[in-house]
Ligand binder design. Structure first.
Ligand code: NAG
Ligand code: NAG
Ligand code: NAG
Ligand code: NAG
Ligand code: NAG
Ligand code: NAG
Ligand code: NAG
Length: 486
């Protein structure tokens, strides 16, 4: 169970990390809703990245020749024009039916360049030239971007619907040469510089989106979750964009690695009826109970649901001497020997998400082995059914769980030591369950599984809500650095 829990944490993290989507009417088993608050967070992240990744931005050389009275023909060249700094002051993001709109309403930029002029006239037949450098400050720049996010064969197709850049005002400062004299000349280039900046910024944004798109499309459709299980992260449908959120649908079922899941035995699911908007969180990830069912199927089929419970200091019950009065014939045959319980899940567990907990009914086969002079001797086989509830909680960045035993029944399957008083054996087994196994499992689960930090970001104030057949995680995301300072 600790294992299932772990899987579950990983799934959550994975999705969180890749933040994927939805469209034809197919319903995923995992849905991700990113609220406006979450989109805002992503936008800030994106802009922070863009501010540095767009740079340095090289503009093409600008040159022209003008004929000025008396001076004659003057040849001017602006070269090595480089945008080396962009600061975004304010921006906003919103979604609509046709895409994701990002508007940068105030940005400044700094450019550097080299300038040069030369002329010769009939009055001054010797060629005159001068050169120097200049810095240009872009005082106000606006950028508008509309992105479309579609499903392409299970991956995302990100494309630019519109991208515009508008520079309002620039200031030019020359260094070197007789700069004061030629300032006027350079200023004459203002319009050309403005449109060069506008074109270069738009083009670079387009190029970056194309790159990002190819990254998105190359993301694997299946990710390994544990050594034997892989999660299908095929996106179903187009992302659903509304005014207040971006919703994604993911297949979300687990299968054994390198095997295709026959997913038709999973019924179509309804959407979760709970939305994280109610609790004002950045992101909501909903897992359908089929995700856990598929995980338990993989583990069951791989015969990984098998445990040996044996003697340990807190397990004094696992000794035939303790069973002496309950199963006297066992003690007679194997006095003072260790008992080992070989427990394996005998058929697929039933998993149901209840209110605030996960209910599981698990059928087990248990073989009672005694360890006599180093030899393991099976003495009896018991079939049992345990029904338990699992509770999950996220505290800080750690997933913590606990298990409560609801019901327990057993019957004797076979015995090599004659008739057993099954009611009495049941008493011992249930004592072992309650005093040894459950406390052990709970101790493991209460240690919690700490969620790794992804690219410097982690979850904060995560809430878990179970509704119908869904478990919904609502969370905020914060920078791990800020988090640790707090
Ligand atoms: C071109 O500009 C870059 C960045 O401002 C600078 O590092 C480089 O030295 C310049 N090259 C020339 C030839 O001026
Ligand atoms: C960038 O330009 C702005 C004006 O647009 C100016 O105030 C600022 O000092 C410049 N920064 C650098 C590093 O040159
Ligand atoms: C993953 O899910 C998609 C859509 O439900 C399905 O077509 C595909 O076969 C699945 N892949 C595997 C490996 O199960
Ligand atoms: C799917 O739905 C049908 C009808 O509601 C039900 O009989 C069947 O047990 C369901 N299957 C699963 C795997 O839940
Ligand atoms: C089982 O219990 C008996 C009696 O308490 C003890 O002598 C023996 O060492 C125990 N066996 C093991 C393997 O601990
Ligand atoms: C436990 O039982 C299973 C089947 O019931 C068997 O395959 C396995 O070998 C047993 N393991 C041990 C250590 O006895
Ligand atoms: C009875 O025991 C046999 C052998 O250990 C096992 O294969 C079978 O599954 C058990 N039957 C039941 C109903 O548990």
């Amino acid at each position: 169970m600790a294992r299932l829990f772990f899987i579950f944490g990983i799934i959550f993290l994975f999705i969180f990390c890749y933040t994927p989507v939805r469209s034809n009417d197919q319903e995923g088993h995992i849905t991700v809703d990113i609220s406006n608050k979450g989109l805002d967070f992503l936008k800030d992240l994106l802009i922070e990245k863009a501010e540095s990744s767009l740079l340095p931005l090289y503009l093409p050389k600008i040159e022209n020749a003008v004929t000025i009275p008396i001076m004659g023909k003057v040849h001017k060249v602006l070269s090595n024009i480089t945008v080396d700094r962009i600061d975004v002051i304010s921006s906003n993001v919103r979604t609509s039916d046709n895409g994701i709109h990002i508007a940068v309403s105030g940005a400044t930029a700094n450019l550097s360049m080299n300038w040069k002029y030369s002329y010769s006239t009939s009055l001054v037949p010797i060629a005159v030239s001068d050169q120097g450098s200049a810095t240009i400050g872009v005082e106000s720049m606006e950028i508008g971007l509309i992105l479309s996010l579609k499903n392409l064969q299970g991956s995302f197709k990100l494309s630019v619907l519109e991208c515009g850049c508008n520079v309002k005002d620039i200031s030019i400062k020359l260094d070197g040469g007789a700069s004061w004299l030629y300032r006027g000349l350079v200023n004459a280039f203002e319009g050309t510089i403005i449109s060069a900046v506008e074109n270069a910024v738009s083009k670079k944004i387009n190029d970056k989106i194309i790159k990002l798109d190819s990254v998105l499309q190359s993301l694997p459709k299946e990710v390994p979750i544990t050594s034997i299980a892989a999660l299908n992260i095929t996106f179903l449908d187009d992302p659903k964009l509304s005014e207040s959120s971006l919703d994604l649908e993911i297949d979300g079922l687990l299968s054994a690695k390198d095997e295709t899941l026959v997913s038709n035995h999973y019924n179509k699911t309804l959407q979760p009826s709970f939305s994280c908007k109610e609790v004002d969180k950045m992101v909501g990830v909903s897992l359908h109970e089929d995700v856990l069912k598929s995980a338990s199927t993989v583990y069951f089929e791989a015969k990984k649901m098998n445990w040996i419970v044996e003697y340990a200091s807190d397990r004094y019950l696992l000794n035939t001497s303790v069973w002496r009065f309950i199963v006297p014939q066992l003690y007679k045959l194997y006095p003072d020997d260790d008992i080992k319980l070989n427990i394996s899940v005998s058929s697929l567990p039933t998993i149901k998400f209840g209110k605030q907990q996960i209910d599981a009914t698990i059928p087990f086969d248990m073989v009672i082995d005694v360890s006599d002079a180093g030899e393991i001797i099976p003495v009896a086989g018991i079939s049992m059914v345990i029904s338990a509830s699992i509770f999950a909680e996220i505290s800080g960045n750690t997933v913590i769980g606990s298990v409560k035993l609801n019901d327990f029944s057993m019957s004797l399957n076979w015995s090599k030591i004659g008739d057993l008083h099954i009611r009495q054996v049941q008493l011992v087994i249930s004592t072992v369950l309650k005093t040894v196994i459950l406390p052990y499992v709970n101790a493991q689960l209460s240690k919690g599984h700490s969620l790794p930090v992804f690219h410097g970001y982690k979850l904060q104030d995560t809430q878990i809500v179970c509704v119908d057949s869904w478990i919904v995680f609502c969370s905020d995301v914060v920078s791990a650095k800020k988090f640790s300072l707090a």
